[in-house]
Write a protein that binds this ligand. Structure first.
Ligand SMILES: [Zn+2]
Ligand SMILES: [Zn+2]
Length: 380
């Protein structure tokens, strides 16, 4: 089969690779669509490499090339001999993360027991940690990692299941943490009144919608975003937008919050430079949700002034969640449901569609750096 292989930093090659075989409890899925994510661009550019060996050492791409792509929708092409609940032709979204249920491990590790499936002790991830991803014609995954799409939801929207699952999990991490300020609490002193989000890329746009439409948060959401197109979208979804290149972010946040500053801050951009502003933007003992990755360009001394504010720093990664009775991941199931019900809108900000594997490198080398790029999807 054909696959787009990252054989070294910034080197994508279309290669002929063996089509994966199917084990008893697996399905072979013909890839229909792959969302391109910031994580893919980070790995491509060499800013990140999450393929590490047992001792925590990074395995270079030249040693183990990576097929990227972890936001996946496809059609079941072949079914393992012991798979009873999926059939050839079923349309599915894929949880790219292999956990204890994927591996049929008994007993489950403590993280799978607590529903933190993407922190599974035996975790590995297609498209990220060395296992082949979806920028290929086919991918084989355990049947429990394939969630059937039982509706006519557009494939291009279904591909946002994984990113939406990550947003839902991230906010859930905040809810599960002991924090001074709480979203939607009745207690007026503890109640989060204002949230500031850095960045209105795909993550920021999903955070705004999830907070307003799913959690029914009714406070203020401020979004700091230098890109006009993204600001317009954030504004459409109900946020008050700020262009930090034109106005002083600290002044605006002070003014909009009546001097209180925000009780909850979400970094959905991953730019290291925003960290130096955080102490002046948050209320003391606020919650700071670390979502974006990258953080380049600053040294850790930016944390000094932040520490003085005693924030609760909440870190979130992936789309962890518990399991349905059939072993499939709840977070993906819920996210797919929200997209199907059109509760979360995604198609208006998918700016780039790629129709072939051959055309995908363009997203990596140039398109995603352009101001009109928000989200790219490969549709085969
Ligand atoms: Zn991603
Ligand atoms: Zn586990």
């Amino acid at each position: 089969m054909k696959a787009m292989v990252l054989s070294d930093i910034a080197k994508l090659e279309l290669r002929e690779v063996p089509r994966p075989g199917v084990q008893q409890y697996e399905v072979l899925v013909r890839v229909s669509a792959v969302g391109l994510c910031g994580t893919d661009f980070h790995i491509f550019s060499g800013q990140a490499n999450y393929n590490i060996n047992q001792r925590g050492k990074v395995i270079p791409l030249v040693e183990q090339p990576q097929i990227l792509g972890h936001e996946l929708v496809g059609i079941v092409e072949e079914v393992g001999s012991l798979v009873k609940d999926l059939h050839i032709g079923d349309r599915v979204v894929i949880d790219q993360g292999l956990n204890c249920l994927s591996r049929r491990r008994q007993p489950k590790c403590e993280y799978c027991v607590s529903g933190d499936s993407h922190q599974c002790q035996f975790f590995s991830e297609h498209g990220i940690t060395g296992l082949p991803g979806g920028l290929a014609e086919y991918i084989a995954v355990p049947a429990v990692n394939a969630i059937p799409i039982n509706s006519d939801l557009e494939t291009i929207a279904a591909v946002l299941t994984e990113p939406l699952g990550c947003i839902s999990h991230a906010l859930d991490r905040g809810t599960r943490s002991r924090t001074r300020y709480v979203i939607n609490t009745e207690d007026i002193d503890q109640r989060v009144r204002s949230i500031l989000i850095f960045g209105a890329g795909p993550a920021g746009l999903l955070f705004i919608q999830y907070l307003y439409k799913v959690l029914n948060y009714d406070g203020l959401i401020l979004v700091s975003e230098p890109n006009q197109q993204k600001r317009e979208l954030a504004s459409c979804f109900g946020a008050e937008v700020i262009d930090p290149q034109v106005v002083d972010l600290v002044d605006v946040v002070q003014e909009k919050t009546g001097g209180r500053r925000v009780e909850y801050l979400i970094d959905a951009c991953g730019a290291g430079s925003v960290f130096k502003d955080i102490p002046a933007l948050i209320r003391r003992q606020a919650t700071v949700l670390l979502y974006g990755l990258g953080h380049a360009g600053v040294d850790l001394s930016v944390l000094n002034n932040l520490q003085f504010m005693e924030p609760t720093l909440v870190a979130a990664i992936g789309a962890s969640g518990g399991f349905r009775s059939d072993g499939r991941p709840c977070t993906y199931d819920r996210a797919l449901g929200l997209l199907t019900a059109k509760q979360i809108e995604v198609t208006s900000w998918i700016t780039h569609c790629y129709q072939s594997l051959e055309s995908v490198p363009q997203a990596f080398t140039s398109d995603h750096l352009e101001p009109d790029y928000i989200k790219g999807v490969l549709v085969l």
